[in-house]
Ligand binder design. Structure first.
Ligand SMILES: Cc1ncc(C[n+]2csc(CCOP(=O)(O)OP(=O)(O)O)c2C)c(N)n1
Length: 671
């Protein structure tokens, strides 16, 4: 157990009251004291077994409170797990915080997430996900929205010193630097990441030394000195509102308790507690105000009494609240933003022959024209037009503000997509190749996918995924990774096989307020054409398409598989089969599939993805569970080999499911 902060009567910190009036200083004191008293109460409740876990920020309050006081109420703050002061200075009713910590409905996540893991538009706070660093990319997106709206707002995001070791820190600072984003990156340097001391976390002497590496300003403050944190953040915010740019703010501080209360503090030398205990942010400020005769013992006592009463009153409310009543339908429903989208039909009959790639470009162009809050971000997508030229000419029409070349920072950019959405904007993020989404995987599966379920915030982001093999590009430019995302509640996964669907589904994805992984097959870009409506139209997400009709079997496939199946059927005119193009993989169209299976009684599932853990397994399991009585043959899956994708054309052909599809189809039909 850590030692309690030493009670000091002397003032060990140097306070500069600047132009603060006495009453302002008293207000600041009250704001600083409140999180301390809440925490002290939480520690008591923890010992009494009334709460389960506590991440303490005792010793670091001056940073959170300084930031909360310095920014305007409409400016977003993205705090971490030790920043209670951000929440209290934003005047969140305490019973809502207490309910949140107890998983009660009066909190912000209806019991779905813990402690400070929530956001609230009402208070302009975006809480963390457990992974620490992703916050910073989200802050970039919020700041980008502010920059594009020219609304002169600052954003502040927190990280611990340990969190800066993550790639997200580097990526987010780098993106913010290149784009001049008005963000204050606040590093709370408390010397430890869990139990690991700074010496085992990084080599540089101090964080401000990193500023030069990113080409940004960096400022260091005494993080325990409330007047210094408050005044510095206030003036930095004023400055970046006028001249947008990121600033790294290093706050020197110390965590006076364990990482969380159960973890102990054995790893911290006792003299550090002694040394930093003297610099306690609350008692020093209190003593300073006493020494300046701005407050007296009576005011201290009455302030403490008032705050304690407020805490007790609000705790009563939270404790009296019932736990959330589990309701399965509501849990499943809340995974998505269920705003009903109207399907748009083309106004005229005018059609043009388009390649698959042209249809994608056309959809993006029409989407950009319709939604002036839509931003496209990706590597080399601006003047260069993207490696596949999908956005050629877009900069000329829409400008560099909305068509943004990004540094090679998948994670920060996907996080920025969420930040834009939080600020009411839309985005398309182009992965240069679907394979590279691995570098931003966390933002997709943990941030974009889970945010709506957690605190009701939608992530209006389309991730374009140039995918697939048959292009002799080897293991890192050919993968089919759609199954990873189909397994992630909260995402939609779309995968068109034809130009007309590519256009309609991309426009539907842009309209959809949920995160959509939009897979586009590279081998189809320039190899197929179709007459496509010139007008704006959308194709419903979640609906399969019956491409061919037949009686002997049902072929279920998507993407390039649809074309392989058509080719095989053309070569085998004696086989009569329903050919279903799923078009959307999450949610997949069970009704269309079941209707066909009930008719044919035989099923072959074809996908380019490898077999084990592929979507075929899910569909097959579903059919054996729900259509067993209609089946006249075992469901057959034809997939690519369970190996990485080889480059050599012969090896790749052998790898791909196409090589085994005809045999599989005949096996099913002849069973
Ligand atoms: C990606 C990731 N790895 C590991 C953890 C486990 N973890 C939680 S907090 C923490 C230490 C964070 O240290 P720091 O950023 O310095 O913040 P502090 O706790 O000191 O305030 C670790 C390792 C995590 N949450 N996320």
């Amino acid at each position: 157990m850590a030692q309690a902060p030493a009670t000091v009567s002397a003032v060990f910190l140097k306070y500069d009251r600047k132009n603060f009036s006495d009453s302002q200083l008293i207000e600041i004191y009250k704001e600083l004291l409140k999180p301390r008293l809440i925490e002290e109460k939480m520690l008591v409740l923890l010992r009494q077994g009334k709460i389960a876990k506590w991440f303490s920020g005792i010793g670091q309050e001056a940073i959170s409170v300084g930031c909360g006081l310095a920014l305007e109420a409409e400016e977003y703050i993205l705090p971490m797990h030790r920043n209670l002061g951000v929440f209290t200075t934003r005047k969140i009713p305490l019973h809502r915080l207490f309910s949140q910590w107890q998983g009660k409905p009066g909190g912000f996540t209806n019991g779905r997430d813990r402690s400070f893991h929530f956001g609230t538009q009402e208070f302009h706070i975006v809480g963390m996900i457990s992974h620490l660093g992703p916050q910073m990319g989200v802050a970039d997106g919020i700041a980008l929205a502010n920059l594009l709206k020219k609304n002169q707002k600052a954003t502040a995001v927190f990280t611990g010193d340990g969190g800066t070791s993550e790639g997200d820190f580097h990526e987010s600072l780098n993106v913010a630097a290149v784009w001049d984003l008005p963000v204050i990156f606040i590093v709370e340097n408390n010397g430890y990441g869990l139990s690991t001391p700074s010496s085992e976390q990084f080599r540089m002497k101090q964080f401000i030394d990193k500023g030069i590496g990113y080409g940004i300003e960096a400022v260091q403050v005494d993080g325990n000195n409330i007047l210094e944190t408050y005044s510095t953040i206030k003036s930095l915010a004023e400055s970046i509102r006028k001249k947008p740019r990121p600033i790294l703010l290093e706050c020197m501080t110390f965590r006076m308790r364990g990482h969380e209360e159960a973890s102990g503090t054995k790893y911290v030398p006792p003299q550090l507690f002694e040394e930093w205990g003297k610099k306690d942010p609350v008692s020093n400020f209190e003593n300073y105000l006493l020494s300046e005769k701005i407050i007296d013992e009576n005011l201290i006592a009455s302030t403490r009494r008032e705050i304690k009463q407020e805490i007790e009153k609000n705790l009563e409310i939270a404790f009296a609240e019932n736990n959330p009543e589990p309701e399965t339908a509501r849990e499943v429903h809340d995974v998505y933003d269920n705003t009903k989208l109207k399907i748009s039909f083309p106004v005229s009959d005018k059609k043009t022959e388009m390649r698959y790639l042209d249809a994608i470009t056309d959809a993006m162009r029409l989407g950009m024209r319709k939604y002036d809050n839509l931003v496209i971000m990706g590597q080399d997508i601006a003047e260069y037009g993207g490696v596949f030229k999908a956005t050629l000419g877009f900069v000329e029409e829409f400008g560099k503000g909305r068509v943004r070349n990004t540094p090679i920072c998948e994670s920060a950019i996907l996080g920025a997509g969420l930040g834009l959405s939080i600020s009411g904007m839309k985005s398309i993020v182009e992965m240069q190749f679907a394979d590279f989404v691995t570098c931003g995987f966390n933002q997709v599966v943990n941030n974009l996918a889970k945010t709506h379920y957690r605190w009701g915030q939608n992530a209006d982001v389309v991730v374009r995924m140039p995918t697939g093999a048959q292009v002799n590009a080897g293991p890192f430019h050919s993968q089919s990774n759609e199954a990873w995302f189909v397994h992630t509640p909260g995402l939609k996964v779309v995968y068109p096989a034809f130009p007309s669907d590519a256009k309609g589904l991309l426009l539907a994805s842009i309209e959809d307020p949920n995160p959509v992984m939009y897979f586009e097959h590279k081998a189809l870009y320039r190899s197929i054409t179709e007459e496509v409506h010139e007008d704006y139209y959308t194709t419903e997400i979640g609906k399969a398409r019956l491409v061919r009709e037949g009686s002997q079997a049902t072929i279920i496939t998507y993407g390039l598989g649809v074309h392989w199946a058509m080719e095989t059927l053309d070569q085998n005119p004696n086989i009569s089969a329903d050919l279903i193009d799923l078009r959307t993989l999450l949610p997949w169209d069970q009704e269309t599939v079941e209707t066909s299976v009930r008719k044919t009684g035989r099923v072959v599932i074809l996908h380019e993805d490898t077999l084990i853990g592929g979507i075929g397994g899910e569909i097959s399991a579903h059919l054996s569970e729900h259509c067993f009585q209609y089946l006249d043959a075992p469901v057959v899956r034809v997939a690519s080999l369970d190996t990485p994708v080889p480059m050599n054309v012969e090896l790749e052909n052998n790898f791909l499911a196409k090589a085994r599809f005809e045999e599989g189809l005949k096996r099913v039909v002849g069973y």
